[in-house]
Design a protein around this ligand. Structure first.
Ligand code: AMP
Length: 390
């Protein structure tokens, strides 16, 4: 059995899934090495939910992503019966040029390293496992799939900031992210309701990272995310759209260092910063602290505002689609957001919403509401299979 390994590497964790190539793609297992360099733990589950591994390691044994990758590789060689034929990687930034996934070689890798300054917190983590595989198995085909690619068809007007042109040329432009999720959901919508998928759709990726994407005839035309994954909606710990003057104030008047500002905006803001309680919507919904309710009010308010902007970009709206952790699992949040969209012609069916059905709007709703589970890993596996000629 030939298999594809999909790798999604973050700052302190390495997530992975293995797919069998059998005509199509079948998910075999998923796993995660958490707590790299602090409290490393490898957990692996089969597609039936059976625990295949649950093992702790000493921090010294897993100090970084390459070592995590080696341990995962060793586990797969020992315990997994399939023959690994390719590895697909999630890479956050494909810069201005990569509008498609790409087969990796040394040249591509050094190209992708050029984008580290554009995504300093994510890109190095995404590239480290690629190098680790290259070092050990240079013969194994590897594919990079980018969070930015799906948005590369945006118009120049959309892509620009109103700052002098030479900054655009050096890469300071609106890229947009969560593209693998949007591409997957857009593809699912084609299967579910092709007439809608070919119309004007907003997909709301609402997870620990959150953004909206305006999709017209299956193509992204606008996104709430821009140069970095900080823009647009407030997220679990990220601030979302903020007046750049606030940053100047923090630097000049408060004397904060760039590193402190970065930490504030990426890790201490969003739902966590506003509530002072948690970055997790489940905790906030359950909390009695009024700041938790306030943070959720703010989140819903900002989603409504940005949905209005994206509907304007689309010139109307045929469907609004919820996806990712919050979008897929929280009827309460969907109901609150849907209430903000009523002026765009949506009417929520409360029962369908409570049951988490695919279509959650009423039959007479002018604009439809859907819940579609995203699957970025499957999207990466599909791209990888295609690029290795499967
Ligand atoms: P993701 O990044 O897509 O895995 O989403 C993670 C986020 O989804 C978590 O931080 C939670 O806030 C949210 N989430 C997951 N399940 C639920 C739920 N049942 N109700 C509300 N929020 C949820």
């Amino acid at each position: 059995m030939d298999t594809i390994l999909v790798v999604n590497a973050g700052s302190s964790s390495l997530k992975f899934e293995v797919f069998a190539i059998e005509g199509g793609l079948r998910k075999l297992l998923r796993g995660q090495m958490d707590g790299i360099d602090t409290t490393p733990r490898l957990r692996i589950k089969g597609s039936d939910g059976k625990v295949l591994a649950d093992q702790g390691y000493l921090p010294a044994d897993v100090p970084d992503l390459p070592s995590a990758m080696r341990i995962v590789g060793a586990w797969l060689r020992e315990r997994h019966e399939g023959r690994l034929v390719a590895v697909g990687h999630r890479v956050v930034h494909g810069g201005p040029d990569y509008d498609q996934p790409v087969r990796i070689n040394a040249e591509v890798l050094s190209d992708l390293e050029r984008y580290v300054p554009l995504a300093p917190l994510h890109q190095p983590n995404n590239l480290a496992p690629i190098q680790a595989v290259l070092d050990r198995r240079p013969d194994l085909p590897q594919v990079a799939c980018f969070d930015t690619s799906f948005h590369r068809g945006h118009s120049l007007v959309t892509n620009h900031y109103a700052i002098p042109e030479h900054f655009f040329a050096e890469g300071v432009r609106r890229y947009g992210f969560h593209g693998l999720s949007y591409q997957y959901v857009s593809g699912r919508l084609c299967e579910i309701a092709p007439e809608i998928a070919n119309g004007r759709v907003i997909v709301a990726h609402l997870g620990s990272g959150a953004s909206l994407c305006a999709i017209s005839q299956g193509r992204s035309i606008e996104s709430t995310l821009g140069f970095t994954a900080l823009d647009g909606l407030p997220m679990g710990t990220r601030c979302g759209q903020i007046d750049p003057g606030v940053i100047l104030y923090l630097l000049e008047q408060r004397g904060m260092t760039p590193h402190e500002v970065q930490d504030l905006l990426y890790k201490q803001s969003g739902l966590k910063g506003l509530s002072g309680v948690s970055n997790d919507v489940r905790d906030l919904l359950a909390a009695s602290d009024p700041r938790a309710a306030f943070a959720l009010d703010h989140f819903v308010h900002r989603i409504g505002l940005h949905a209005g902007a994206l509907a304007a970009a689309l010139g109307g709206l045929d469907a609004f689609v919820f996806t990712a952790g919050i979008g897929e699992n929280s009827p309460a949040m969907r109901a609150r957001i849907a209430a903000r969209l009523e002026w765009l012609g949506t009417r929520l069916d409360a029962k369908r919403n409570a049951r988490g059905e695919l279509l959650i709007s009423t039959p007479d709703s002018k604009t439809r509401l859907y819940v579609v589970s995203t699957d970025e890993e499957l999207m990466i596996a599909r791209h990888t299979l295609k690029l290795i000629g499967g």
